[in-house]
Design a protein around this ligand. Structure first.
Ligand code: AHG
Ligand code: MN
Ligand code: MN
Length: 322
């Protein structure tokens, strides 16, 4: 079985990019190890502080963020990093070719209950002459990503990766400490009858989204003519992994709970990298009215409405919004 680094050497002609992805893998192994130890390592619970977005940080949000920040900063290929848990981008090495953006720990509310979480990453080329602390350098639409992926910490630790040429999965063999290639050219079925949405927000959605979900709940005798099944893990990384594995649709749409936060998920750390994976696997990604990866970002912590997964189902949601 092919080791991640060997795979990268065969599939990627850029040595610096190989270093960045390899370093992400090494660090995520470390995070996986901490997660396995859990309470034994004293890593559960709250960090008793808030991040820049006003969210209460868990200890592991901070630990994962620091591990990724420190290990990437040490790499000559990295010009700068931006993280969900950092107020501003952090400059690393001035000649580095890449900017790395990440959600160090996705699904934080699952940490303390020993349920799946993940790390999501997006890699951009550093613009000519840009500085790693310069926010404008990072504000590139998702369709300019060089690579994207996530590491899912579940019963096994899995990396899902794209460098713009299909989606590949690697499973961490903890006996030898290596990610090994398991699946190539992963494809998402075009049709599905499985959806993932936090239904408790229904009354806050746009009327078009409420109508779509009302209709799908009517099942085979309703306008959509199918009996749907629902899943909600409360970690985007786990929902997207399920969809990349067996199809489905994931939605975290705009809602009016808090006017300052139209949409919960972050464009740069969550929506864009997952969109690149999803589209590389033949799925579709949308805000319900426009393509996620075509959005010109206005700020690194920007939030966005997310509808992604099996192509036909995403198109149905868009039709409700036209
Ligand atoms: P994070 O832990 O990085 O803040 O992200 C959590 C996100 C996402 O992973 C998940 O889909 C969603 O929040 C869960 O939202 P609910 O709390 O509404 O279930
Ligand atoms: Mn997240
Ligand atoms: Mn997070």
């Amino acid at each position: 079985m092919l080791r991640l680094r060997t795979f990268l050497q065969q599939h990627c002609d850029n040595a610096e990019l190989i270093d960045v992805i390899d370093q992400l893998a090494v660090t995520c192994k470390d995070i996986a190890h901490q997660l396995t130890l859990g309470d034994l390592a004293g890593i559960l619970g709250s960090a008793e502080q808030e991040n820049v977005q006003g969210e209460c940080q868990k200890k592991l949000d901070v630990i994962a963020n620091d591990l990724l920040k420190d290990s990437l900063a040490a790499l000559p290929a990295v010009r700068g990093i931006a993280s969900e848990e950092e107020p501003d981008p952090v400059a690393c090495n001035k000649n580095g070719a890449y900017l790395v953006l990440f959600d160090p720990l996705d699904g934080s509310s699952n940490i303390d209950i020993n349920v799946t979480v993940g790390t999501i990453f997006s890699i951009l080329a550093a613009p000519e002459g840009s500085h790693g602390s310069d926010e404008a350098a990072y504000l590139q639409p998702g369709n300019q990503q060089v690579a994207a992926g996530y590491v899912l910490y579940g019963p096994s630790t899995i990396m899902m990766l794209t460098t713009g040429n299909g989606v590949y999965s690697f499973t961490l063999d903890t006996r030898m400490g290596e990610f090994l290639l398991m699946k190539e050219n992963i494809q998402v079925p075009a049709a599905t009858a499985e959806f993932a949405i936090n239904m408790s927000n229904q009354r806050f959605w746009l009327p078009e989204m409420q109508q779509y979900v009302d209709d799908l709940l009517k099942g085979e005798t309703g306008p959509l003519g199918k009996r749907y099944n629902m899943r909600w893990v409360a970690a985007m990384v786990a929902e997207i992994h399920r969809i990349l594995t067996r199809g489905g649709i994931f939605l975290y749409p705009f809602d009016n709970r808090d006017p300052a936060k139209p949409g919960k998920l972050r464009l740069m750390y969550e929506a864009n990298p997952m969109s690149m994976l999803m589209e590389q696997a033949g799925g579709r990604c949308s805000t319900a009215s426009e393509a996620i990866m075509a959005i010109q970002p206005q700020g690194i912590h920007q939030r966005v409405s997310v509808v992604m997964g099996s192509a036909e189902e995403v198109s149905i949601v868009e039709q409700y919004h036209h």
